[in-house]
Design a protein around this ligand. Structure first.
Ligand code: KG4
Ligand code: ZN
Length: 390
């Protein structure tokens, strides 16, 4: 039984997961209400809220699981990537708890956690079973990341091994979730914007505004060691252009005053609902929202399937906050079925940040004896996987 702890951004979360696949509890304290007035996460406020929440959230997770601290086998914590001050709260708490209990501590990469949210729910944690369908192509698409990985478990004699990841694509600028949030803010919708755009898009005409994605070009002479697959621009993402495209549309069509009025009206409602937002959007705005979402979804699905083809993956794993998007799920289901591939998503609750995914990702690491050193520190820029050209 592993106690997972997650505090990389604006959710303080704790969960108890047994055997890497049975979730006994998963508690998430969201800070959305605290950051919403600022239209984005304020790092200092996030750290303060994590400090306030960490003890009650861990207690609630243990109580819901009916597990006492001495019964735990290990403590797992998100090491990075994320906000430095936010990560520090979880890492310090987990280190102290593991030390006081004399239990092993496992450090988990947040992005690996997102991938394991899918594996946790689809019982694919058993490496020997998962290896039969490997390699998988994993798209992690959240507020901070848009990355493509080829993922496969090592198979050991015991049947369980740690997963290995190879980065085969990523965004060169904004993450997809960031684009959802920024476009929503521009249109006067609350933070975080993804769920609002998801809810409003079906009410608009997705053909209204023909957005296009320019190919990501190889940056001659600027290729950092971390820049992957300069040979494969079709596996790279860029979302800053479409964000600017929406801004230009708003300016050129004189929608600015209506967006400001919408922000004021929704800001005056204590808990605005989708019906409130819908009543404040005209057909032109709904068309803009639907067209934006359709373009982002087509881009994400198209590039992910291009990667699956290139690397011979039969299974596609989609995770991270944006994986909650209904049009994205429907489009993936449709297109993978056409190509004879399997697509797996986490449940909605495990799409966004949570600690069950951290405890699940820690399981193969614990079995492989990969424990965190006493010197473990928060690593805001932690990377996942080896990077490769194609
Ligand atoms: O994984 P997550 O909870 O935190 C990060 O690690 O970033 O992802 C949060 C992101 C936000 O940008 C949010 O707007 C987006 O996920 N998101 C969505 C939806 N639900 C959350 N984006 C599109 N459609 C949704 N239904
Ligand atoms: Zn996340």
């Amino acid at each position: 039984m592993i106690l997972g702890i997650e505090s990389s951004c604006d959710e303080t979360a704790a969960a108890v997961v047994a055997g890497g696949r049975r979730t006994l509890s998963s508690v998430v304290a969201s800070q959305i209400g605290i950051h919403a007035p600022y239209g984005g996460v304020v790092p200092e406020l996030a750290s303060r809220e994590h400090l306030r929440n960490i003890v009650p959230v861990v207690r609630a997770a243990l109580a819901q699981a009916r597990v006492s601290l001495p019964e735990l086998d290990a403590v797992a914590v998100t090491e990075g990537p994320g906000l430095a001050g936010a990560l520090l709260v979880g890492v310090t708490y987990a280190k102290t708890l593991a030390w006081a209990l004399g239990k092993p501590l496992v450090a988990v990469n947040h992005l690996e956690g997102h991938i394991h949210a899918v594996l946790l729910e689809h019982a694919a944690q058993d490496a020997s079973a998962a290896a039969t369908t490997a390699p998988a192509l994993a798209l992690v698409v959240s507020g901070g990341h848009t990355h493509l990985y080829v993922a496969a478990p090592e198979v050991t004699r015991e049947g369980s091994g740690r997963w290995q990841y190879q980065v085969v694509g990523h965004t060169v600028d904004d993450a997809a979730g960031e684009a959802f949030d920024k476009v929503a803010k521009l249109l006067g919708l609350p933070y975080p914007g993804g769920p609002w755009i998801d809810g409003l898009a079906p009410h608009g005409d997705a053909r209204a505004v023909p957005f296009r994605f320019a190919e990501v070009r190889r940056r001659e002479g600027r290729q950092r060691a971390s820049t992957v697959s300069a040979d494969a621009p079709e596996l790279m993402f860029s979302f800053s252009g479409i964000k600017t495209g929406v801004l230009r549309y708003v300016e050129n069509h004189g929608l600015g005053p209506a967006c400001a009025a919408r922000a004021r009206a929704l800001g005056a409602i204590e808990k605005p609902t989708l019906t409130d937002a819908l009543a404040l959007c005209d057909a032109e705005t709904l068309g803009l929202i639907a067209s934006f979402q359709r373009a982002v979804v087509d881009n994400l699905v198209g590039r992910t399937l291009a990667a699956a083809r290139r690397y011979g993956a039969r299974t596609v794993l989609v995770s991270g906050g944006v994986a909650a998007n209904r049009e994205l799920r429907a489009c993936f289901e449709q297109q993978t079925a056409r190509e004879g591939l399997t697509v797996l998503f986490p449940s909605l609750a495990l799409s966004t940040d949570n600690a069950a995914m951290i405890a699940a990702a820690a399981w193969p690491r614990l079995q492989a004896g990969l424990l965190a050193p006493d010197s473990l520190e928060a690593n805001p820029r932690l990377r996942l996987g080896v990077e490769s050209g194609c």
